[in-house]
Design a protein around this ligand. Sequence first.
Ligand code: 2OP
Length: 237
Amino acid sequence: MTTALPNTDSDRDRGEIRALAFDAYGTLFDVHSVSSTCRRLFAEQADSIVRLWRQKQLEYTWLSSLMGRYRDFWWVTERGLRYALAAVGVAAKPEAVEEAMAAYLTLDAYPDVAEALASLGDRRLAILSNGSPRMLRAAVESAGLGDHFEHVISAETAQVFKPSPRFYRLGPETLGLDAPWQLGFVSSNAWDVAGAKAYGFWTCWVKRREAPAEALDLSPDLEVGNLRQLAYNLGSP
Ligand code: 2OP
């Protein structure tokens, strides 16, 4: 049964979409699926570590871009983990840090992803992510999603992270689109959706967690609860 969906299409016309680009971490891949590894490594401190790890990983991408000191997503991810361990007071052995980091290369895809990508198969699909090329290649292969994407586009090419316009520009450039609104951008990270909307994309927010929308003047063109609802809303091109 297809659930009735809030039709929150706003000013962008979805009919102009020529390609869809997906955020990776939190949208296609569940960053909290490192929790089982962290629980084995860090016991009762694991949940605090995983939450702080994701928060710091993102903060370090924003600081890196604002300072003009790009370091790749693997580097900021490791520094975020080191901060989280120190903040929670866990003195982890180097091999434990390595094992937790390795889990980032094999994150679980959310259960709705494969089916939704298959049903969107008559569209041009890409990933547009902060992830380093190696991280994204590993996660896509590990989740068996490789056949769905025409391009896997990494911040590495722009040497700057989201929400910089210099990052989002990679999408239309790589896909050969004439205008930003011909790209439909899909993310579960509301701050990422705001940045993509500011750049001019048609945007869909996949509200995977109970959290309010950003209190900014940049709302998504469509809000869904999962990627199946996105596929249902978009239908065929
Ligand atoms: C991304 O995949 C960090 O979720 C963000 O670009």
